[in-house]
Ligand binder design. Structure first.
Ligand code: COA
Ligand code: ZN
Length: 307
């Protein structure tokens, strides 16, 4: 297999994971979880989102979370920003890196940020300008890049056009999000190959949800096509409150376990990560989708059963 030697994993549990949790998670617990995550070797953590608290009440404490977390060197703390107002809040808070987002499909974009794609492009352009003024790094996420729960198929041409728009604005990287888990490995390989053929030196990343069980298979397709940066959520928590049937992201510790078994480096201490996943499961008081934290690693051998 043609595989990279190392992969960059971005943790999104306290943003994508928490945004659809109904029960309010106390700020202390969010800060505590992020502090634990930043000791695992993870280099990138998307910690929160500067959204309107009416739309995503769970993330109403974005400022406080950002201010209170410990910031060990070598770990980048990123915040999602859905609109200009959110970007202003991020600037005021001293955030160093943001992810902006709009959808490849009109219907999901309206449902998510209440704008047309054209309006979003204008809006994101303003956010990028503001961020550049303050020396903030911006990554562009393209939601529903592999299909829309309202409109169905999203064409490669549509995606290419929007990538071009993002790159023209000067974003540092573009991420393709499978918001409601519609992608399959062939589709991922084909799309990403086309993108990398066209922009071979540009940084891209992939954001998968495991809604229909194809999450890690999609990662393998992405790896084979040459993508070395992936989002994932601890315990497999996650989902978009503005897309029907959205489910958990691919699970961070399952992803890291698979990568390590394939000989691909992540810089992450898997045992520590699994311990934090188990801690999160206890914190939320229900079983999470993550599998390795239940089954153990393949290297965890069992004593022979007495005959
Ligand atoms: N943070 C705080 N307040 C915000 C805000 C933000 N990011 N964006 C808008 N507001 C406030 C405005 O200041 C305005 O307040 P006012 O009535 O006191 O003047 C009010 O909200 C309405 O502003 P408007 O620009 O019309 O926003 P909207 O109602 O069209 O909502 C979004 C736009 C993007 C804020 C909203 O759709 C949203 O938060 N969606 C959630 C997207 C998301 O998180 N999706 C999941 C991740 S992909
Ligand atoms: Zn997501």
């Amino acid at each position: 297999m043609n595989l990279p030697s190392s992969v960059k994993v971005s943790e999104v549990v306290t943003r994508d994971g928490f945004q659809s949790e109904a029960q309010t998670i106390p700020t202390d617990q969010k800060v505590g979880l992020i502090n634990k995550l930043s000791t695992t070797g993870l280099r990138r953590i998307e910690i929160t989102s500067f959204v309107h608290p009416r739309f995503v009440p769970q993330l109403a404490d974005a400022e406080e979370v950002y201010r209170r977390i410990e910031r060990p060197t070598g770990v980048e703390f990123i915040a999602l920003v859905p609109n200009l107002k959110g970007a202003e809040r991020a600037v005021a808070c001293g955030v160093k890196e943001i992810n902006v987002v709009f959808s490849a499909s009109e219907a999901h974009n309206r449902s998510n940020v209440r704008m047309s794609v054209a309006e979003s492009l204008e809006n994101v352009g303003k956010i990028v300008e503001l961020a550049q003024e303050y020396g903030i790094k911006v990554n562009g996420a393209l939601a529903t890049a592999f299909g829309c729960p309202f409109e169905g198929a999203v064409t490669v041409q549509q995606v290419m056009r929007l990538v071009k728009e993002y790159l023209a604005m000067g974003v540092a990287s573009v991420s393709f999000a499978d918001t409601t888990g519609m992608a399959n490995p062939k589709q991922v390989y084909d799309l990403v190959s086309r993108i990398l053929d066209r922009w071979p030196d540009q940084e891209f990343s992939l954001h998968f949800h495991n809604t229909r069980g194809t999450g890690l298979a999609n990662v393998v397709a992405g790896l084979q096509a040459g993508i070395t940066s992936y989002d994932a959520s601890l315990g497999g928590l996650g989902g978009c409150p503005f897309a029907p049937g959205a489910m958990g992201n691919i699970c961070t510790e399952d992803l890291v376990h698979m990568l390590h078994e394939m000989g691909i480096k992540t810089g992450i201490d898997l045992d520590k990560l699994i311990a934090v996943a188990r801690y999160l499961q206890e914190l939320l008081g229900r079983p999470l989708p993550g599998q390795v934290m239940k089954a153990g690693k393949v290297s965890d051998l069992h004593p022979l059963l007495p005959s």
